[in-house]
Design a protein around this ligand. Structure first.
Ligand code: COI
Length: 353
């Protein structure tokens, strides 16, 4: 890939510990622009820093914006890896199509990430569970207040060294089930990774936190009855010996981690039901002891055990608020592949260096 490299004079100091999530940003970022005549052009890796935009820039008003999330791992074998980046590239294309934004060729998307990672390799942390989170995003930078599909766009990639997404680490979290507001409905943008979905979810997140819960579980937008996803991850339930999770049919984000975990579960011999499960069925399974384990899956969250559900005054504790054996095994297997601690029989690792 041809690109310009604009060097910075002075490098930043790297954080030592307590990385948290998305608090520190590396020395460089990738940037390119789009217009109909030139297509994607002006590809460059340049010093991380502020961007200036006109107050009438359409993204500030009408939110034509999409993003992705993936990670670079410092493998135990000394190599640097991405995890299934072409799935992110494809999902980004699907998001951009829905938002009437330009498509980026998959090889350009992955190539730009690889070039930036090569430049920033020293920023990939090596502590347990630590990685370099990659945030590609696109927005319109056109100035106009008429509501229309914009003609010009900017694409950027920024990097942040991270540890666990939740302050609890990989310990069980408490989930609040939202019964009034909805996140997505059929025909909408639920499957799209766009900022607007997350803005719409904040009201539930705020309620959850005010009640002492870490995250919000969303129900479907029509009946407010069927379990869909948690604020920042997909969600799966082990009921008896079957895994139940919401299907990918337009309202749920098609998670890369979700897909990987379903593959691992199938190989482990679990029965999987991708179906619309009502919250009443789930709470009932919790009260009768059939709900053995619950966990969220996501790039940021990895595998996050769920220890409690709260719905309309009713509470269910799952597996005595302890990480279940299956959740633990899935975490170890997935992260084992990501950090090259175990064999990658699925060819999910993509070597960068
Ligand atoms: C991810 O898991 O990569 C996400 O984008 C979720 C969240 C941090 C917005």
């Amino acid at each position: 890939m041809e690109f310009e490299f604009i060097r910075r004079d002075k490098m930043k100091e790297k954080p030592k510990d307590n990385l948290g999530f998305g608090k520190y940003f590396t020395d460089y970022m990738f940037v390119m622009e789009y217009n109909e005549i030139e297509g994607w052009h002006n590809k460059r890796i340049m010093p991380y820093g502020d961007i200036t935009i006109d107050p009438a820039t359409m993204v500030l008003h009408y939110a034509q914006e999409t993003f992705e999330g993936l990670k670079a791992y410092r493998g135990k074998d000394g190599n640097i890896y991405l995890f299934r980046p072409y799935m992110n590239a494809k999902r980004f294309q699907n998001s951009n199509e829905r938002m009437c934004m330009p498509i980026i060729d998959e090889d350009l998307f992955v190539g730009a990430i690889k070039e930036l990672i090569k430049v920033e390799r020293d920023w990939i942390p090596s502590g347990d569970g630590e990685s370099l989170y990659i945030r590609p995003f696109m927005f319109t930078n056109e100035s106009s207040l008429g509501v229309h599909v914009a003609d010009t766009y900017k694409f950027m990639i920024i990097l942040t060294p991270v540890g666990a997404y939740y302050p609890q680490g990989v310990n069980p979290i408490k989930i609040y089930v939202e019964d009034k507001f909805v996140r997505a409905s059929v025909g909408g943008t639920g499957y799209v990774k766009c900022g607007g979905n997350y803005a719409a979810s904040l009201v539930g997140q705020k309620k959850a936190e005010s009640l002492g819960y870490t995250q919000v579980l969303w129900l479907d937008g029509v009946h407010r009855k069927y379990v869909e996803e948690v604020g920042s991850m997909n969600v799966m339930f082990l009921i008896d010996d079957t895994i139940v999770t919401a299907p990918i049919d337009g309202t749920v984000l098609p998670g890369v981690t979700r897909d990987s975990i379903l593959t691992l579960l199938k190989d482990m011999g679990y029965k999987i039901e991708e179906r619309h499960m009502s919250i009443d069925e789930l709470m009932e399974a919790g009260h009768t002891g059939r709900l053995k384990e619950a966990f969220g899956t996501g790039t940021a969250a990895v595998i996050s055990p769920i220890g409690e559900l709260y719905y309309k005054g009713d509470k269910v504790t799952i597996n005595n608020f302890e990480t279940g054996d299956l959740t633990h095994k899935l975490y170890e297997t997935l992260t084992g592949i990501q950090w090259a601690k175990i064999d990658d029989k699925y060819n999910w690792r993509e070597r960068v260096l």
